[in-house]
Write a protein that binds this ligand. Structure first.
Ligand code: BES
Ligand code: MN
Ligand code: ZN
Length: 498
């Protein structure tokens, strides 16, 4: 995709389509005023007749407006002017893009970037434009046979800017967003692929493929035999029932010599049946998305490498399946983790923490400055926060608030949850150092407390993305979250933000 900025008036701009906005009550947005004046009040008339509407996300595609050079004008509703926000901005640009679905538009210029959005500058306006357009254009047709619906042949996206002095920042925002969109698409693809295709080996091959593509990225794979030698019996207990070999994927990006790395750890359960503590049948297919933490971490490495950020980042992905069989782990089994702690496995469906604890212990050898794990860890997190916020638990209040802030800037929201020792006590075991479950109450937090036992002395945060990594129902599909949040966090670390 190519990107450009323009200071020309919306009506004067030649393009396959321009995007302009109108608020509720028929109040025209900045570019809509210009188009209205050029076309002899045509927009005002359409607003009065109800043919264009200001209700959020509602679109009209107009063609051959008088004295307007663009072939099509998408007029999108922006909602109440007093309630306009980044997330509404994104919803409106995504809706405008979807309204062009099926058309042969090759270049669009969005003038929504001329609207005032509180606390959002030219960099973020361009970034959110590209990201929301990218989101709207995403399709997953890989597994369909026969003729696939043609994608919109979009090649160029332009942004209206208020002054020439905004051009560099807007261009940088678009460039960052381009990398984020590509990574979100990768994360979505990996999530959407069926579990018989997207196996631990497939994730490993994907990570190796990225290392071939980017010079500063190196991928290595730790095999089951090596895991045994390392004492990763907690991780191995999860894969015990599966014939697919488990993989521990290690990706190292070097952009800053010997500086201590940020380490990202992603849960890579390519299918979670629950194991012997088998899950109920309905909806179990969605447990193919139990590798979305892994997908987001692998994809974020691609974004960091493609942007050549001047930082060091290491990703660690424990990947395996959780299946029942005659060799599977039983409830009541006690295993020794790589850290030496013993764990009583009371529920084989609490498997994410069992693979993550060994990955977090393994991560220590890289002497991380900061460690963030990302996991579709608990159903309890979905009960607590629903599908809008990712949960953040951390042993550092400062790190948690940095992450929450990155989520706000990236409009990939996260919420800080408590994680105090009272919760920790729920993990007591009569027979081992701890149990792998702490009861129903506060389940997202006790899961984080479990991981906290393996991250002592390191600044660490845990992101539970169980509610945000994919959508269910008619729109079933991966969301690509939290790639924007993670990339934002790393862009800030690299001082690459305005
Ligand atoms: N992968 C699931 C968590 C999950 C469930 C994510 C539903 C998204 C939607 C995880 O491995 C799991 O099964 N967790 C159990 C933990 C429990 C046994 C303590 C859960 O949440 O039920
Ligand atoms: Mn499970
Ligand atoms: Zn799981």
């Amino acid at each position: 995709m190519d990107y450009f900025t323009t200071t020309s008036a919306a009506s004067r701009r030649t393009a396959g389509a321009i995007i302009i906005g109108i608020y509720e009550g028929g109040k025209l947005g900045a570019a809509a005023k210009d188009v209205d004046a050029a076309s002899g009040k045509q927009l005002s008339k359409l607003a009065k007749s109800g043919d264009v509407s200001g209700s959020l996300g509602k679109c009209a595609v107009l063609s051959s407006l008088k004295s307007v050079r663009a072939q099509r004008v998408v007029v999108v509703g922006l909602g109440k002017i007093s309630e306009f926000s980044v997330s509404r901005f994104r919803r409106a640009s995504a809706a405008a893009t979807s309204a062009l679905d099926g058309s042969k538009v090759k270049d669009i210029v969005t003038f929504l970037t001329l609207e005032d959005v509180a606390d959002v500058d030219a960099y973020y306006l361009a970034r959110h434009s590209v990201q929301s357009i990218g989101d709207a254009l995403y399709r997953f047709n890989e597994m369909k046979s026969g003729k696939k619906p043609a994608a919109m042949p979009l090649k160029k996206i332009g942004f209206g800017i208020k002054s020439r002095s905004d051009a560099d920042e807007a261009t940088r925002g678009a460039k960052h967003a381009d990398a984020i969109v590509a990574s979100m698409n990768l994360a979505k693809d990996l999530g959407n692929l069926p579990p018989n295709v997207c196996t631990p080996s497939y994730l490993a091959r994907t990570a190796q493929g990225l290392a071939r593509k980017y010079r500063d990225l190196v991928t290595s794979i730790v095999s089951e035999a090596e895991m045994k030698k390392l004492g990763m019996h907690s991780l191995l207990s999860v894969t015990a029932g599966s014939v697919e070999p488990a993989k521990l994927i290690v990706m190292k990006y070097k952009g800053a010599g010997k500086a201590p790395p940020a380490v990202l750890v992603g849960k890579g359960i390519t299918f979670d049946s629950g194991g012997i503590s088998l899950k109920p049948g309905p909806g179990m297919d969605e447990m193919k998305y139990d590798m979305c933490g892994a997908a987001s971490v692998i994809a974020t490495m691609a974004a960091v490498a493609s942007l050549k950020l001047p930082i060091n980042v290491t990703a660690i992905v424990p990947a395996c399946e959780n299946l029942p069989s005659g060799t599977a782990t039983r409830p009541g089994d006690i295993v020794k983790s790589m850290s030496g702690h013993t764990i009583e496995i009371l529920n084989t469906d609490a498997e994410g923490r069992l693979i993550l604890c060994d990955a977090l212990t393994y991560a220590r050898r890289f002497k991380p400055d900061v460690m963030i794990d990302v996991a579709t860890l608990t159903g309890a997190c979905v009960i607590a926060l629903g599908h809008h916020h990712t949960a953040v638990m951390s042993n550092s209040v400062e790190l948690a608030s940095t992450i929450v802030g990155a989520g706000v800037s990236a409009d990939d929201l996260a919420w800080h949850m408590p994680m105090t020792e009272e919760y920790d006590r729920q993990l007591k075991s009569n027979f081992a150092d701890f149990a792998n479950v702490g009861g129903r109450d506060g389940g997202a937090i006790t899961a984080a407390c479990f991981l906290g036992n393996f991250t002592k002395g390191i600044d660490w945060a845990h992101l539970d993305i169980a509610g945000t990594a994919w959508q269910s129902g008619a729109k079933k599909g991966g969301t690509g979250r939290p790639v924007p949040l993670l990339t934002e966090f790393l862009l800030a670390r690299a001082n690459a933000l305005p």
